[in-house]
Design a protein around this ligand. Sequence first.
Ligand code: SF4
Length: 168
Amino acid sequence: MAADREDVEDTTERAGSGGAESGDGSESGGRGPGPRAYQADGITVTFDARVCRHAAECVHGLPAVFDTTRRPWILPSAAAPEVIAEVVRRCPTGALAYRLADGAAEAPDRPTTVRRTSDGRLLVRGELRVTDATGDVRETPRAMLCGCGRSAEPPYCDRSGACGEHEG
Ligand code: SF4
């Protein structure tokens, strides 16, 4: 799975901090913490920079839609909603999510699965409710959790342990 890739890109140091420029898709959510929404006919994509760990499934999977050199960096009008949804589901951390125009959000995997990568991350998919060290609760169909105990943002992986050391 590409979440194990070593060619990790820093996609959202840029993408997540950009301004709310207009484009084919409209962007909302402000500059504060919390997900931003990017809308087009048929789909709304949301992005939560706080949990993105730059596995870059999005930019590799659909560069016409996910382009960190552009503002807005997510352009949901650039592909069919079903195609975007398929790529969003590859995001291992759940930083990306979507809702289709008919109201359908991503259906969580059943049964819930947990997979440990070779470098120690725990990739979890299912109907998840994750509580972090501050008590913040996040409901998500996907999460990348720390498997080495060295994360400063438990239970999420922050790439500071063995997984981070392997990344160039
Ligand atoms: S796939 Fe998800 S975690 Fe990876 S860079 Fe894109 S938004 Fe971030």
